[in-house]
Ligand binder design. Structure first.
Ligand SMILES: [Zn+2]
Length: 248
């Protein structure tokens, strides 16, 4: 595998061994669109810091999905959730081979990525890294309120999960719903859905919920089934999770 051609000059090249592991993680297909053109895959830095090459910060994706992430059509929370679910899948699969767990809480220099190690991603670490991204949203926008921003992300992710069940991973366009939302809430091309003013938070949340409820999966599950948490439940769960994670 040669990886010297298409790496922008600012970036160090990712070791071939790491790339191989990243490719294995996504089972050699783009985790967003299922593209299998391995030769063109790019390494995405989840925290948008090109020098943070720790394994938990890297995700291999196709160039099309990469540019969608850059433009915000696939939002950073969706990307983070994808990495977490991939790492959880792999951890479960590898439980019989090893018990060694890399703790990404440790200083980056101490993190050793081997071939058969279970990967334990501490989500709070990555979330801390993505906070930087949050700061680019102006005062008074949904993006300026971390909890409201995360809740909107959560709802969009939920919609995508439900939709993926309906259309299949290979037909799923993760950016489509986001760009429809941007149109509906009149967000400019270079802005993201988190630029919507805070006053419209409930309206936006209610709209996404109504779209989740209209998916085939929601209808299959039936009216009694709860398809998502309310904002206050979400806050409770998130804060609860952080407390448990800190105990490790
Ligand atoms: Zn893709």
């Amino acid at each position: 595998m040669t990886d010297t051609n298409d790496i922008p000059k600012k970036r160090k090249s990712i070791p071939a061994k790491t790339k191989a592991k990243l490719q294995k993680e996504i089972k050699s297909e783009c985790p967003f669109c299922g593209n299998e053109d391995v030769g063109h895959f790019q390494v995405h830095h989840i925290d948008e810091n090109p020098s943070n090459d720790v394994f938990s910060n890297l995700l291999l994706i196709c160039p099309i999905c990469h540019s969608k992430i850059t433009k915000g059509d696939i939002n950073s929370e969706v990307v983070l959730q994808k990495k977490i679910s991939l790492s959880q899948e792999n951890t479960t699969n590898q439980n019989h081979t090893t018990t060694k767990v890399n703790n990404f809480n440790a200083p980056i220099n101490n993190a050793v990525v081997g071939d058969n190690n279970a990967v334990n991603i501490n989500t709070t670490v990555v979330k801390k890294a993505t906070k930087k991204v949050v700061n680019k949203y102006p005062e008074g926008s949904i993006g300026s309120d971390i909890h409201k921003k995360n809740y909107i992300s959560y709802l969009i992710t939920r919609y995508n999960e439900y939709k993926e069940w309906e259309v299949g991973k290979e037909n799923m366009s993760y950016g489509f719903f986001g760009s429809k939302l941007k149109e509906r809430f009149k967000v400019g091309k270079d802005s993201s859905i988190y630029h919507v003013p805070l006053e419209r938070f409930e309206e936006l949340a209610d709209y996404i919920k109504s779209r989740v409820d209209k998916t085939v999966l929601a209808k299959t599950k039936g009216k009694e089934h709860k398809n998502y948490s309310s904002f206050s439940e979400y806050i409770e769960q998130t804060i609860g999770d952080n407390y448990t994670q800190n105990s490790s």
